[in-house]
Design a protein around this ligand. Structure first.
Ligand SMILES: [Zn+2]
Ligand SMILES: [Zn+2]
Length: 163
């Protein structure tokens, strides 16, 4: 495995966004680097298919320091950067939630939307959506949010904020 000096950013470095969930980040990373799936990426880091669980917000057993170090070493992220994409309190892994207004401002899934206690967006005060307002389909896991649309009817996430 390649080791980087602290602060060095390899050419394939991709900056995590503020509050971005680990699922959304690794979906974005894999498309950016043409890796077939997050679990493929963690296999390449020598820690098995664990990212396939993390992308579904399954954190039992919780990611270990060693695993975070291995995946971070491969893609140029620090353990602290990875930890920032993990939940800081207890979550509901399903349903996947969305604030369409936040998404309209910056299109990515925020980790805090899955917090157990979080029924409303703290920025906009609106109820977090748990399914498409048009066809009632639940949202795909964030690693699969490519165009930001309902996977069934195609309604754009941004438009869902204008209901
Ligand atoms: Zn919001
Ligand atoms: Zn829909």
């Amino acid at each position: 495995m390649v080791e980087f000096e602290a602060g060095f950013q390899p050419p394939w470095y991709l900056e995590p966004l503020e509050g971005e969930s680990i699922s959304h980040y690794f979906g974005r990373y894999c498309r950016h680097e043409s890796v077939s799936s997050p679990s493929q990426l963690s296999k390449a880091a020598g820690i098995g298919p664990v990212l396939g669980r993390w992308e579904k917000f399954r954190f039992i057993p919780y990611p270990t320091h060693k695993e975070l170090e291995a995946i971070g070493g491969l893609i140029g992220l620090s353990v602290a950067q990875l930890k920032a994409m993990l939940p800081q309190e207890s979550i509901k892994l399903l349903p996947i939630r969305l604030c369409a207004l936040c998404y309209g401002e910056k299109p990515y899934h925020r980790m805090e939307w899955q917090y157990q206690s979080r029924l409303n967006c703290e920025v906009h005060g609106v109820k977090l959506l748990t399914k498409c307002p048009s066809c009632r389909q639940s949202f795909a896991i964030p690693s699969q949010w490519v165009e930001g649309r309902c996977q069934r009817c195609g309604m754009g996430f941004k438009r869902m904020g204008k209901q």
